[in-house]
Design a protein around this ligand. Structure first.
Ligand SMILES: Nc1ncnc2c1ncn2[C@@H]1O[C@H](COP(=O)(O)OP(=O)(O)OP(=O)(O)O)[C@@H](O)[C@H]1O
Length: 276
């Protein structure tokens, strides 16, 4: 449904995305992983129509992104970037209300349907009690959830999320990823997210796209991508990959092995002796 065909992007003559083709399948969760600076956020912005490729085309339902009217595109696709900013004094509920902009008419008044969508998004992100607080009075994790609520209120079929678990504690990270899984299953959402945590990508996504230096080095199921060789190629570290069962499915998890420093360190003391 969302296709990039041989796209490239240069910043000041430096290639950031190179000859990349990808097709995002409907109703799947796709994770984009790779080392810092490899082009993950850039690819997400390209897929969301926020940045135009220097070469190639990106189309949604066979229509090039630049030919979509902004409001029509926003009904199809919501993009939540890294570190989004809002004007000072904005309340949580107001921010979430901004997710309804593609649906507003001439007088910009929220309909009952818009209000329902806002209430639903606040509930899904467990922000009902914080809805009347200014954003700057929230913790980093609460603010992150408020931005996600705004994207959810947009009620688009596709959600493009850049590192949605940043600032969240472990419990909230898993709640959010679980919420995305529920949205995929029950609301038939298509989700593409940039994640740094390979194990979360493996556990929660159907497909992983691994990027390095602006090009795809692996693209497939977690079993196909989370391998010793590919993780080493991406991050230059040795890992052990262990299968972990989640209900009926088995997902690969990777554990970093000892580093050269740990292997050669004389000061390494077994934890048991250190405690005595
Ligand atoms: N607006 C810009 N102007 C110039 N260079 C840019 C711009 N945006 C990104 N870059 C460069 O493009 C490259 C890819 O950046 P991008 O943010 O896509 O990487 P990333 O894989 O998301 O990184 P990270 O994991 O650190 O968030 C980096 O080298 C970055 O410095």
């Amino acid at each position: 449904m969302l296709n990039a065909n041989q796209i490239a992007l240069h910043y000041q003559h430096k290639p950031v995305i190179q000859n990349l083709s990808v097709s995002i399948a409907r109703h799947q969760i796709t994770a984009i992983v790779g080392p810092n600076g490899c082009g993950k956020s850039t690819l997400l912005k390209l897929l969301g129509g926020l940045t135009k490729p220097s070469e190639g085309t990106i189309s949604l339902e066979q229509k090039p992104l630049h030919k979509w009217r902004p409001k029509a595109l926003a009904k199809k696709l919501a993009l939540l970037g890294q570190n989004p900013q809002a004007p000072g004094g904005m309340l949580v509920k107001q921010l979430v209300g901004h997710g309804r902009f593609p649906y507003l008419g001439l007088f910009n008044t929220l309909s009952q349907h818009d209000q329902h969508a806002i209430t639903w998004a606040l509930k899904k992100t467990q922000l009902e009690e914080l809805q009347h607080k200014p954003l700057e009075h929230l913790s980093g994790g609460e603010r992150q959830r408020a931005w996600l609520a705004m994207a959810l209120a947009q009620q688009s079929e596709i959600l493009l999320l850049d590192e949605p678990t940043t600032y969240l504690d472990l419990g909230h990270q898993f709640q959010l990823l679980d919420l995305l899984k529920q949205l995929q299953i029950h609301e038939r959402k298509t989700i593409v997210m940039v994640l740094h945590d390979i194990n979360q990508a493996s556990q929660f996504s159907d497909r992983i796209i691994a990027l390095k230096k602006g090009a795809i080095v692996a693209d497939g199921t977690p079993q196909q991508v989370v391998t010793k060789q590919i993780i080493n190629q991406l991050f230059n570290i040795d890992v052990s990959v262990v299968p972990q069962r989640y209900g009926k499915v088995i997902k690969p998890l990777c554990l970093p092995l000892e580093t050269q420093n740990q292997l050669t360190s004389n000061s390494a003391v077994p934890l048991r002796s250190a405690a005595t």
